[in-house]
Design a protein around this ligand. Structure first.
Ligand SMILES: Nc1ncnc2c1ncn2[C@@H]1O[C@H](COP(=O)(O)OP(=O)(O)OP(=O)(O)O)[C@@H](O)[C@H]1O
Ligand SMILES: [Mg+2]
Length: 613
C-alpha cells in the first residue's frame, strides 16, 4: 500500500520554504543556504502512524498524540490525514462511509462531525480565556500590579551583571528569529524599538559585522542613540560612539551605524555600502515599499558566517500600513515562516533565490515595563474605536475609513475542514469579463452559522466558461441548495445572443437573480455586519471564512466606505468578492422581522399595587 506522500516518506532534502515540515530540521549549509534536513527516525514513526490511519487501527487524534509522544514533534490530526490519504481516496472513503446509510444515519454521522468540531472550538476558546485572564491579571488590580512591580525590579537586578533581558514572548522571538526579513509590529509600547537596538548586538562578536539602524528623522534618531549609550558600553566594554559618523565602533572592528531616512533620496546615501544587518524603526511611516526594496540591495556581506538580516518594526494606522500588511501579514499566519521566490539576472545569467519572511505580532501586555503603568494602558483603551483597535490590540485590519471595522481575522477566519454533507450549501456570484468574476461557496451549519468554504476569482471568462468552472469546482460538493447571481447579468448579452446569466445557467448552475430592490445594497451590507457580530455569550460570530478565501478576506479588510453614503461601501474599490457575499446572504438573511416580533409584549405590572415598582 503506497502512502500518497512518497517523497516526504523517503526523506529527501528540501530547500527551506514555508513552515518546517513534520520530521525535518532546518539547517544552514556552508554556502549559507537553508535546507530542511530529514530526521529519519521521526519519518520512520510517521510511516508507522500513516499505517495506523490507513489500516483503521487508530483514530487521527490518538495517532497524532502517539506520534508526538514518540518523536517530541507535533503534527495535527488534520495534517496527518493530509499525509495519509490522497484527495481521490478521501472522496472515495466519504462515499463508502455513507453507502447504505439511511437519511437519519447520515445525519447522525454529520452531527458527530459537528460535535467534534464544537469540542475543538471549545478547547481553543478555553486557551483564549486563559490567556486573556492572564492579561487581565497582569494589568488591572492594584495588588497584582504591586506584585509585578517587585518582580520586574528583582528580575532586572538579579545578579548585578544582567544588563538586558528580553521580555518573554514576541520580543524574545524577534531577537531569536532567523528569517531574512522580519517585521515585528502591532500595539504601541510592546517594546519594539527597544528590541531593534538590541538585535544587532547578536553579531558584534564577528569583527566583520556591519549594522545599520534607520529612523525617519534626526530627533527620533537622537532618542535611540541616547538609549544605546546606556546599554552598548556595558554589553561590550570598550565600545565607542563616534558622534560625527553616528556610529558605534566595537573593539574587534564591528560597527553599528545609525542614520535617518526621510525619503528615497536619503536612502540613496547608502547605495554601494554593505551591511549584514539593517533595521528600520516605524516602517509603516513610509508610504511605499521603495525604501525597503532599495535597502535589500545593501544587505550583503563577504563573511558567510554572518546571516543577513533585514528587520523592521511599526504600528498599524500609518500611511504605509497597507503595503506592510500585504508584504508581511497577509501571506501567512503570524509567527510563521514563509518564503517568496525572487528571480533576477546578473551578466546574462538568471538566478532564483528565496526570501524568507515572518511577521511577529506585538502586544502592549508583552511589555511588563509599561503595563506596570496602569495609566498607559488606560490611555490606549480610551482612544476612539479604530485607534484603540490599532494601538491597544495591534489590529491591522482596522482602518479609518474601512467599511468593516468589525471584521477580525481572529474571530472570522478559520483553517479549512471537510464540510459535513448534511449542511445546506449556498453559492453567490458576481460576473465580470474584464473585471474579475467572483464566486463564493458557503455552507450553513445546524446553528445557522455560515461557513464560506471556497472562492473562485478569475478574469476574462465568458458566461459559459464560468458556468463550466463552477461545475468543475463543486463536483464533490453534493447538492448546492440555492444560488444567487448578480441580477444585471440577466440583462447583459453574451457573445451569442442569450444573456450571460442564461449562458452560465446553461451549464447546469441554476442561479437565481439577486435582489435588486431599492435599498438592497445597504441592507446587504447590514446583513454582513449582523453575521460578523460576535455573540457575547458564545464568543461565536454567524459567519466564518476559510483562510483559503483570500480575496474575500482582503476585500472585507480593505473596502472603504462610500464618502457620500456612509451606509454603503465605495463601489469604485474592488468589490467583486464582497458583492458575491452580499448576493449569497440574500438567500439566508438573519434577524429580519419575524412573526415573533409581532407577538404583543407582556403588559408591565408594578410589583406592589400601592406604590412599588
Ligand atoms: N526587555 C526590556 N528591558 C527593559 N526595558 C524594556 C524592555 N523592553 C521594553 N522596554 C522599555 O519599554 C518601553 C517601551 O518600549 P519601546 O519604546 O521599545 O516600545 P515600542 O513598541 O517601540 O512602542 P511604540 O509603539 O510606541 O513605538 C521603553 O521605555 C523601553 O525602554
Ligand atoms: Mg517604537
Amino acid at each position: 500500500m503506497a502512502p500518497p506522500v512518497v517523497d516526504r516518506l523517503q526523506g529527501k532534502r528540501y530547500r527551506a520554504a514555508g513552515p518546517v515540515p513534520f520530521g525535518y530540521d532546518l539547517v544552514v549549509d556552508d554556502e549559507g543556504l537553508k535546507w530542511y534536513e530529514p530526521d529519519q527516525e521521526a519519518l520512520g514513526k510517521l510511516r508507522e502512524a500513516i499505517e495506523f490511519i490507513r489500516s483503521g487501527q487508530h483514530s487521527l487524534r490518538v495517532t497524532s498524540e502517539w506520534l508526538e509522544q514518540q518523536t517530541g514533534r507535533k503534527l495535527s490530526g488534520q495534517g496527518l490525514s493530509r499525509l495519509s490519504w490522497s484527495k481521490e481516496e478521501k472522496a472515495q472513503r466519504k462515499k463508502v462511509r455513507y453507502k447504505g446509510l439511511t437519511k437519519e444515519q447520515k445525519r447522525l454521522a454529520d452531527l458527530k462531525v459537528v460535535q467534534r468540531n464544537a469540542e475543538i472550538r471549545a478547547k481553543k476558546a478555553n486557551t483564549r480565556i486563559q490567556k486573556l485572564q492572564e492579561k487581565v491579571s497582569n494589568n488591572l488590580p492594584d495588588s497584582v500590579v504591586e506584585d509585578q512591580d517587585d518582580q520586574v525590579t528583582s528580575d532586572a537586578t538579579e545578579g548585578a551583571d544582567v544588563i538586558f533581558k528580553p521580555n518573554p514572548g514576541p520580543q524574545t522571538d524577534f531577537l531569536a528569529s532567523t528569517e531574512r526579513e522580519v517585521f515585528y509590529g502591532g500595539a504601541r509600547g510592546g517594546g519594539k524599538t527597544y528590541s531593534l537596538l538590541i538585535a544587532p548586538l547578536r553579531f558584534v562578536g564577528f569583527s566583520t559585522s556591519r549594522a545599520l539602524l534607520l529612523r525617519r528623522s534626526m530627533p527620533e534618531l537622537r532618542d535611540i542613540i541616547f538609549q544605546t549609550q546606556q546599554i552598548y558600553p556595558k554589553v561590550v566594554p570598550g565600545a565607542k560612539f563616534k558622534g560625527q559618523e553616528n556610529t558605534w565602533h566595537f573593539p574587534n572592528g564591528a560597527r553599528i551605524e545609525f542614520g535617518y531616512c526621510e525619503n528615497l533620496q536619503d536612502a540613496l546615501r547608502y547605495q554601494g555600502q554593505s551591511y549584514s544587518w539593517i533595521g528600520v524603526d516605524e516602517l509603516p511611516q513610509y508610504n511605499t515599499p521603495d525604501i525597503w526594496n532599495f535597502l535589500r540591495s545593501s544587505l550583503r556581506s563577504a563573511d558567510t558566517r554572518i546571516p543577513l538580516h533585514l528587520r523592521a518594526t511599526g504600528n498599524p494606522g500609518n500611511v504605509g500600513s497597507k503595503w506592510v500588511k500585504e508584504l508581511f501579514i497577509e501571506p501567512a499566519m503570524p509567527n510563521t515562516r514563509f518564503a517568496e521566490k525572487v528571480e533576477y539576472s546578473v551578466a546574462g545569467k538568471s538566478f532564483s533565490t528565496e526570501i524568507t519572511r515572518k511577521f511577529i505580532p506585538a502586544s502592549v501586555w508583552d511589555n511588563p515595563y509599561l503595563t506596570q503603568d496602569e495609566g498607559y494602558v488606560a490611555m490606549l483603551a480610551s482612544l476612539p474605536e479604530v485607534k484603540r483597535q490599532q494601538f491597544l490590540y495591534g489590529n491591522w485590519d482596522a482602518v479609518d475609513d474601512g467599511a468593516f471595522p468589525d471584521f477580525s481575522r481572529e474571530d472570522h477566519v478559520v483553517e479549512p475542514f471537510d464540510i459535513p454533507s448534511g449542511w445546506t450549501k449556498l453559492r453567490g456570484a458576481d460576473y465580470g469579463y474584464s473585471s474579475p468574476s467572483a464566486v463564493l461557496w458557503g455552507a450553513v451549519d445546524y446553528d445557522g452559522v455560515l461557513w464560506i468554504y471556497r472562492e473562485l476569482y478569475a478574469q476574462g471568462m465568458t458566461g459559459s466558461d464560468l458556468g463550466r468552472r463552477i461545475i468543475e469546482e463543486e463536483w464533490e460538493d453534493g447538492t448546492i441548495n440555492r444560488a444567487s447571481l448578480d441580477s444585471s447579468t440577466w440583462a447583459k448579452r453574451g457573445t451569442r445572443g442569450p444573456s450571460i446569466a442564461e449562458d452560465i445557467n446553461a451549464q447546469g448552475c441554476r442561479f437565481t437573480p439577486s435582489d435588486r430592490s431599492p435599498g438592497s445594497r445597504v441592507s446587504g451590507k447590514v446583513q454582513i455586519h449582523k453575521r460578523l457580530k460576535v455573540n457575547e455569550e458564545t464568543g461565536e460570530p454567524m459567519i466564518r471564512i476559510f483562510d483559503t478565501c483570500t480575496q474575500l478576506i482582503r476585500q472585507l479588510t480593505s473596502l472603504p466606505v462610500d464618502k457620500n453614503n456612509p451606509e454603503d461601501v465605495d463601489t469604485k474599490a474592488e468589490d467583486h468578492a464582497y458583492d458575491a457575499l452580499r448576493y449569497m446572504l440574500d438567500l439566508r438573511p438573519i434577524n429580519v422581522m419575524t412573526a415573533y416580533d409581532k407577538i404583543p409584549k407582556k403588559r408591565w405590572v408594578p410589583s406592589d399595587a400601592r406604590f412599588g415598582y
